[in-house]
Design a protein around this ligand. Structure first.
Ligand SMILES: Nc1ncnc2c1ncn2[C@@H]1O[C@H](COP(=O)(O)OP(=O)(O)OP(=O)(O)O)[C@@H](O)[C@H]1O
Length: 651
């Protein structure tokens, strides 16, 4: 006897998602079938693999297929597979819960889009998130799923109207695999809701969206009996038709495949409903044969920068699906690439661990990386618009490659783009930067920090702006790290303008200022300021390493800079946020000898070095320098008190 029917509530995020799907504004409702067939096909892949690996598994693998069963009278469509199936627990956790990373973020964005009634944004979101099984509720007002996991005795029945709850029941008997029955909503062609019990319609959808599925997708078609005598009512003939061609797309030659076929295949492997940005179809023959179809998506997944977010290259061996998310095939920084690699000479039993060590896999890895980088390089050369999209979505991930992929470092540097003071809207390549360098300029200047506005207004940049030197404004967290490791581009050294000494009057305004002879005027100025600098060094000794005169300032009185090999405050903050212990890092206070506050302080110090107000001015000056670069004060309330007192005294 079957178990009793239990009612459960959907997890909150799933409920939100379902609600959206039920009231979907997604115009192409046909895609529900692609999603269900895709799930069925995955289930067949899994069963084949499991039965290859586990000879004890009690499962029938003699005729693996997907069947579409229609009942126009009852207005139902069933998508049935005889694949791996699900246990009761799996049904509850996989179907009752959307345990995808990024769901919360997705739900939040969706809510925003709904509140602002932005239908296009909602459609985009739902398309890019991929709601899989839940897309059934776009066309059905009730969905019944009956499943039995291969090797298990009992089955499970799940049913829901896509509202707050679902029912589950254990069944004594059920066929192996999964049958999803959709109780279809009334046809509504205005809402692009068609008759999904019509086999002609189903044939059309399968050919369009699921043709390359490697398993037969069958349906029973009824034809009027041919040999029926005139006027006689003969039972119609029922024949089983396979709707898809089942050709593995990657095994076909690229010139036979239409763009639409690639797009459909992309949607199948990525579960992303939007189009890919770029496709790479490649094969290697000879001692180690493989075929690969790889895609660069047109947008970054929500979890691109979360550890453990999943990659997307599926590994096949001689057409047999082996694993999804095969991380051994591509480096971590290319984790956004989706697709399929089919290798000829690997064992079907290969494990994830063994893959990492496999020499052939390593060879394949190297070649695939080169293929992808060269696709991006040609995108950069031939299609500025699409390259821009690529870099906006994946630039920060690509820059991680500068830290890990030494073989391709030069290629990566060559295809990278960076925001710069040259143009507020367009990013620049390093090559273009170099071509614009001023005569005598020997360095590529950059500044790292949290945002473009902060960097543009940072005191460090003043003299560079004034003298027309271009500065790269690097605001991605990863920039802090790679600039520490990469010292030059094509022979031109990179130089942070917030570190070391700057002397823009010398031939090239950077580095340690050596080599440029000081004028008599400068020497006199240094002498005049020496007592103040010495005194400040002691007064602010707790906070700064030293105090010196600056030539990078034009309008600000002071700024703080790092020594040539110090880490930046931004990086320091990142390390601390990750829980790393660091000794306090003191920086250098630089003063603008032309600023009235600084000359005034010098005069006050000369007049009375013992004046207690001097120490407060020094503190204020240091605080201002920190604030100007967007830094944080150690004791903001003390700073405001000192400042308020000064202002009050001046009124
Ligand atoms: N026909 C099926 N047979 C076996 N398991 C299935 C079947 N359909 C769904 N599942 C299980 O339920 C899970 C959730 O399915 P769902 O379609 O919601 O998401 P998905 O396919 O993982 O990804 P996406 O939402 O991006 O399509 C699947 O990953 C799979 O484990």
């Amino acid at each position: 006897m079957s178990g009793k029917v239990e009612t459960h509530e959907f997890q909150a995020e799933s409920r939100q998602l379902l609600e959206l799907v039920v009231h979907s504004i997604y115009s192409n409702k046909d895609v529900f079938l692609r999603e269900l067939i895709s799930n069925a096909s995955d289930a067949l892949d899994k069963l084949r693999l499991e039965s290859l690996r586990d000879s004890e598994l009690e499962a029938d693998t003699s005729d693996l297929h997907v069947a579409l069963e229609t009942d126009p009278g009852a207005r139902t469509l069933t998508v049935r597979d005889n694949g791996i199936g699900m246990s009761r627990d799996e049904v509850m956790s996989l179907i009752g819960t959307i345990a995808k990373s990024g769901t919360a973020e997705f739900a939040r964005k969706l809510k925003e889009a709904n509140e602002s009634q932005d239908a296009a944004a909602s459609a985009d979101l739902i398309g890019s998130f991929g709601v899989g099984f839940y897309s059934s509720f776009m066309v059905a007002d009730k969905v019944t799923l009956v499943t039995r996991r291969a090797g298990e005795r009992h089955g499970t029945r799940w049913e829901s109207a896509g509202e707050g709850t679902y029912e589950v029941q254990t069944l004594d008997e059920a066929p192996q695999g999964t049958a999803v029955t959709l109780h279809l909503k009334p046809e509504d062609s205005e809402d692009r809701l068609f008759d999904y019990t019509d086999t002609g319609r189903l044939r059309q959808i399968v050919r369009k969206h699921s043709d390359f599925i490697p398993w037969p997708v069958r349906t029973t078609v009824e034809r009027p009996a041919e040999d029926a005598a005139e006027g006689e009512d003969a039972a119609p003939e029922r024949t089983v038709e396979t709707l898809n061609s089942m050709k593995a797309l990657w095994a076909r030659s690229a010139d036979e495949i239409s763009e639409e076929e690639y797009k459909e295949f992309y949607r199948h492997v990525s579960h992303d409903w939007t189009d890919p940005l770029e496709t790479v179809h490649t094969r290697a023959e000879g001692t180690f044969e493989y075929q690969a179809v790889l895609f660069i998506p047109s947008h970054a997944p929500l979890d691109l920068y979360q550890r453990g977010g999943h990659g997307g290259v599926h590994l096949y061996v001689r057409r047999v699906f082996i694993m999804d998310d095969c991380t051994a095939l591509l480096p971590e920084y290319l984790r956004f690439v989706k697709g399929v690699v089919d290798a000829q000479d690997l064992s079907l039993n290969v494990s994830r661990e063994a893959l990492q060590q496999d020499r052939q896999i390593q060879l394949m890895h190297r070649r695939l990386v080169k293929k992808i980088l060269s696709a991006v390089t040609s995108l950069r050369e031939k299609d500025a618009e699409r390259y821009r999209t690529f870099w906006r979505e994946f630039g920060p991930a690509m820059k991680e490659g500068l830290l890990s992929d030494f073989d391709n470092r030069d290629t990566l540097l060559g295809l990278a783009s960076f925001p710069s003071t040259h143009d507020p809207d367009e990013q620049t390549s390093l090559r273009d930067y170099v071509s614009r360098m001023k005569e005598g300029q020997e360095h590529i200047y950059f500044l790292t920090g949290e945002s473009r506005t902060r960097l543009e207004n940072s005191p460090h940049i003043e003299a560079f702006q004034a003298k027309g030197y271009e500065v790269l404004l690097l605001t991605d967290p990863v920039d802090e790290v790679w600039v520490e490791q990469i010292r030059e581009f094509d022979g031109t050294p990179l130089q942070s303008i917030a570190k070391g000494q700057v002397d823009l009057d010398a031939a090239d305004g950077s580095g340690d200022g050596e080599g440029a002879e000081k004028s008599a005027e400068d020497e006199q100025r240094d002498e005049d300021f020496a007592p103040l600098l010495g005194w400040l060094g002691t007064a602010l000794g707790e906070d700064v390493k030293s105090v010196r005169l600056s030539s990078r300032l034009t309008t600000s009185p002071a700024c703080v800079v790092g020594d040539a090999h110090d880490i930046t405050p931004n990086l320091e903050k990142m390390y601390r946020a990750m829980g790393q212990e660091l000794p306090p890092i003191k920086r250098i206070l630089e003063l603008n000898p032309g600023h009235p506050l600084v000359t005034g302080l010098k005069d006050a110090h000369t007049a009375n070095a013992e004046d207690p107000a001097l120490t407060e001015t020094a503190e204020l000056l240091y605080g201002m320098a920190l604030l100007a670069e967007g830094g944080e004060l150690a004791d903001p309330s003390r700073f405001t008190r000192l400042l308020a007192n000064r202002l009050a005294a001046g009124l």
